[in-house]
Design a protein around this ligand. Structure first.
Ligand SMILES: Cc1ncc(COP(=O)(O)O)c(C=O)c1O
Length: 479
């Protein structure tokens, strides 16, 4: 099911006849421009169908009188509604609700979610990058170097894939570090993995198509797929990774599979060679796509990582997603997709339609960081720090929660799995939050079947002391 159905208000039978405007717009808050508030209130009524298509709106004089606004504020509100297609003005007759406003299901018309309080990241929370002072200093110098002599790329519209210099540097890095088979022409720079996945889904998947997804899975990948109308097909993950045999048996006609083969999120297992070959074989035989999310392979602590799935694919079925969110910082919002040739035109078209092309501001600095060897040095530094943080967390868990948790020490990544000997994990997560520990419940990442219970704990971005103290508090609430 697409999120926003293509129904229009014309089909909506809700009538507001005669409209009681004061009841429909109960509160006009005092803050901010009044015309904006009135606009937002009226727009919501139109979008949710509470004001039917074609309904006559009150006059600006009437609205101004009722709500104690100036007449010009009411006129400005109507102008906004008309310019955005929510209303139409008919000379001599008045202003009416437009007939073809996109219909927003009322389930979506819910209250705004709260602002994310980034300062409130609790120790053991996920998605926190290491802030490395040397890299930040360098990045500042590189940024000012580029801003001091800005190139023409900032002042003209660019390629939907992003600048060629950064794409070339990434292609070189991926060929060497991850065995990805690619050239710069296939790389699309994105605002993180999230946009990359969204572009792929919109280019390759039609609403109703089945897409395999790991169970348990990365919640934001699930959101991208389900939100676009794909039929999310949960395929179990065991100690060898996602099982393509089960996937093929349950959902043989799926159009794609989203996987994290290097380091399954959240369980942390690496997909075995046997399963990789089976998955590639399934994709080739069914003309299906594989979306390979390789989000944290730079953080490998024991031996070299397995080469990417994309590097083993000889049939152009794998789209490879990478990101600088983990290895540098998520606020950079730079990721990339290595797009298989047959999908490239469609992905570029969707990208151009969505936001034309990526921001050029940080591209030059990031290119220099990669080409001048700073990135490799940064990686060595932060890898050491994150590995030490992992060890501190593991030691703390053993000391304070050892009898209640079964901890797997990860050889890769920024989080670990601690399986619970008792449950439920959601109650422990709530209690942990109350004492300042940011654990996540494994059970909440299952999308089907009987969930397992465990804690997903992050160790990147926190000091060893913070992590040790957090495990002591966690032990306290678990007893
Ligand atoms: C499985 C997985 N993929 C990708 C990402 C990175 O997302 P983005 O590049 O959109 O910041 C994350 C971040 O938490 C993740 O856990």
């Amino acid at each position: 099911m697409p999120l926003v159905e293509k129904r229009t208000n014309q089909e909506n039978k809700i009538q507001t006849n005669p409209p009681d405007w004061s009841a429909l717009i109960p509160v006009l808050p005092g803050d901010g421009p009044r015309s904006r508030e009135l606009y937002a209130a009226l727009r919501r009524l139109i979008e949710t169908g509470a004001l039917a298509a074609g309904a006559k709106l009150p006059t600006t004089r009437d609205l101004a009188g009722r709500f104690g606004l100036s007449r010009s504020a009411a006129v400005a509100c109507f102008e906004m509604l008309i310019s955005e297609g929510f209303a139409v003005a008919k000379v001599g007759a008045g202003t009416f609700v437009a007939r073809d406003v996109p219909y927003l299901p009322t389930t979506l018309a819910k209250a705004r979610p709260p602002e994310i309080d980034v300062a409130a990241s609790l120790p053991c929370g996920l998605g926190v990058a290491v802030s490395d002072p040397r890299t930040l200093d360098l990045f500042r110098i590189l940024l000012s170097r580029h801003l001091a002599r800005p190139g023409p790329e900032h002042f003209r519209y660019g390629d939907p894939r992003g600048g060629i210099a950064l794409r070339t540097a990434i292609a070189k890095y991926l060929r060497t570090a991850r065995g990805v088979r690619c050239d710069a022409g296939q790389i699309v720079l994105t605002s993180g993995t999230q946009q990359g996945l969204d572009l792929l889904v919109r280019a390759a998947i039609r609403p109703g198509d089945a897409v395999w997804i790991e169970n348990p899975c990365y919640p934001m990948a699930h959101a991208a797929l389900a939100g676009s109308g794909a039929r999310v097909a949960a395929v179990p993950v065991d100690s060898e990774g996602l099982d393509p045999e089960i996937g093929a048996r349950l959902y043989p006609k799926a159009r794609a599979a989203y996987v994290t083969p290097s380091h399954q999120y959240p369980l942390g297992v690496t997909m075995t060679m046997r399963r990789r070959l089976a998955l590639l074989d399934w994709a080739r035989r069914n003309d299906a796509w594989i979306f390979e999310d390789d989000y944290d392979s730079e953080f490998r602590y024991a031996g070299p990582p397995l080469t990417s799935l994309q590097g083993m694919d000889g049939a152009d079925r794998v789209a490879y997603l990478g990101t600088f969110s983990k290895v540098l910082f998520p606020g950079l919002r730079i990721g990339y997709v290595v797009v298989p040739e047959p999908l490239l035109d469609a992905v570029m078209a969707v990208r151009a339609r969505a936001d034309r092309y990526p921001s050029t501001l940080a591209e030059g600095a990031l290119t220099d960081l990669l080409n001048e060897g700073h990135f490799a040095a940064h990686l060595r530094r932060v890898r050491r720090r994150v590995q030490a943080a992992r060890d501190a967390l593991v030691a703390g868990l053993e000391a304070h929660c050892g009898d209640m948790l079964d901890v797997t020490v990860p050889e890769q990544g920024l989080h670990l799995m601690a399986m619970l000997k008792g449950g439920p994990d959601t109650a422990i997560v709530e209690a942990a939050k109350a004492v300042g520990v940011g654990a996540r419940a494994l059970s909440s990442m299952f999308i089907d079947g009987v969930p397992r219970h465990g804690l997903v704990l992050g160790f990147s971005g926190f000091s060893d002391e913070e992590l040790r103290a957090a495990t002591a508090r966690l032990g306290g609430v678990m007893r």
